[in-house]
Ligand binder design. Sequence first.
Ligand SMILES: Nc1ncnc2c1ncn2[C@@H]1O[C@H](COP(=O)(O)OP(=O)(O)OP(=O)(O)O)[C@@H](O)[C@H]1O
Ligand SMILES: [Mg+2]
Length: 300
Amino acid sequence: MKISSTNLPPELPPDTKPLQHQIGGHFYGNPKTKFGILQRCSTGVVLKPFITEVRGKCEWRFYSDAFSDQAPENFCALRPFLAAPLGIYQYNEINYLVLENIVQKFVHPCIADIKIGRITYDFQASKEDIEKCHRRYPPLNEVGFQLLGWQNYNSRKNLYDYHDKNCGRSLTKEEIIYAIAHFYGAPRSDHRKIVRLVLERLTILEHIMTKQQGLVFISSSLLIVYEGENDNEINLSSEPKFDIRVIDLCKVFKVEQYVDQTGLDDNFLYGLRSYMNYLRRLLDDTFVYVPIDKLNCINQ
Ligand SMILES: Nc1ncnc2c1ncn2[C@@H]1O[C@H](COP(=O)(O)OP(=O)(O)OP(=O)(O)O)[C@@H](O)[C@H]1O
Ligand SMILES: [Mg+2]
């Protein structure tokens, strides 16, 4: 990979621009990383740069295996929860993984990136890396997931309200529930309808993951998207449009690399179940939304 020695981001390949509606991860032009996710202007497909060869190759291998004709049945079952891989594209010696854009079909997408797992470091992490991960978000060991960011469509202003990972990580384990409720529309609209659908779909993912012996998904995220278009309309007849995928698969490893694993990805399952339990609380009749100051710091 050609890493620029200047402070400039790498040249954009033809017919590309920084990804629209990006929630977390590497942003194109960020002074620290410079690289970032792009999209093709003409087709909308996502171009994810190989930030390092190892990570990029690992992610590409995972997608190739999952979509190969020889993939075992339990692996095939995951496909509806993955963005379709569309190949590798190279420009100026930088490799990009080309993926289906899962947000494209939404008019006004409300999107959350939720990093799943208590452990976010891989088996090669040093003691310092591990400590850094713990310091970054102390409640993680109990909560099991991190809100890396979310955007809501604000139909009144025709703008998106965006909260980033710093906001997500500033929340205590008691406050998280209100941030999740906020993402699903509280207090402006009834969050229950969409929460119920998301929970049903996550139950299917949970089932698939319990059959997924042999792989661990470190630092992967759930990308949850729903249509914010009808914010102001009372549209009781139609089901809300939504989609859920698992993204960021550059740290998916075979279990043999983990000495104490029994075969199931307990780390991912713990985080997924914990998030699902928060959704169950949102469906409970006793749930009352409490506005919290930390959610007022929105970027638009
Ligand atoms: N297939 C996709 N369709 C639409 N948006 C996507 C897709 N994949 C990723 N995104 C957006 O890009 C953001 C970052 O994605 P991802 O976590 O895969 O990249 P990254 O963190 O920059 O890379 P890495 O962690 O592998 O270094 C997500 O929060 C999401 O908003
Ligand atoms: Mg990421």
